[in-house]
Design a protein around this ligand. Structure first.
Ligand code: GLN
Length: 202
């Protein structure tokens, strides 16, 4: 059976564990290196990327997670998790580092300070029934993707409103990142897509 870890240093861990478990995989929180060693893949939840960056170091997980990513471990990052998996960050704090892996430049808190959160329907390439049933996406102080390198593929853009055209979902090999929080809506298709990526990688 497939085991997917959820980085459990901060953020909405439990919701991801539930969403993953509903797809039929074993989902476990990861707080220590020995827990990381037991998982086939890792979800990095939303939260606060600067705090998670510091906690990854404090828990001696930064280099071990990086090493697993270099070895091809599939990973899915949502919101702050997207920032952590991005190679480059705009609007970060001084000294903020990322794990990297996805050849994109993301902008933190990109949707505007006054707009703490917004919701919109998205058509996401690769999702089951993507066109017939758009995904209701919830953005909370979210980043967007400003530049995409040649090896990364855009899966979704905002369709309307002031942020129309902005890139909010990207895949690069076994790495998936989204600006939004699919774990809060009860629609588990993004988690299903990630689990398919994990199964294909094994
Ligand atoms: N603004 C947060 C950050 O920069 C991300 C917000 C979120 O994950 N909901 O890390």
């Amino acid at each position: 059976t497939v085991t997917v870890g959820v980085l459990a240093l901060q953020g909405d861990v439990r919701e991801h564990v539930h969403a993953l478990a509903s797809t039929g995989v074993t989902a476990v929180p990861v707080r220590r290196e020995r827990e990381l060693d037991t998982v086939d893949a890792l979800v990095i939840p939303g939260g606060e990327s600067t705090t998670m960056d510091k906690l990854l170091r404090a828990f001696d997980l930064f280099e071990p997670v990086r090493a697993r990513l270099r070895d091809g471990m599939p990973a899915y990052g949502s919101c702050a998790g997207m920032i952590l998996l991005a190679d480059r960050v705009l609007g970060g704090i001084e000294g903020q580092q990322t794990l990297g892996g996805v050849d994109v430049t993301v902008r933190r808190n990109a949707f505007g300070r006054q707009v703490e959160s917004f919701e919109t329907d998205l058509v996401i390439d690769g999702l089951q029934a993507a066109a017939e049933q758009p995904l209701h996406a919830v953005f909370i102080r979210a980043p967007w993707v400003e530049e995409v390198g040649p090896d990364a593929t855009v899966l979704a853009r905002v369709e309307s409103g002031p942020a129309a055209g902005r890139i909010v979902a990207v895949r690069q090999g076994p790495l998936l990142v989204t600006s939004f929080h699919p774990e809060v809506t009860g629609d588990t298709r993004v988690h299903q897509l990630f689990v398919e990526i994990v199964r294909d990688s094994l």
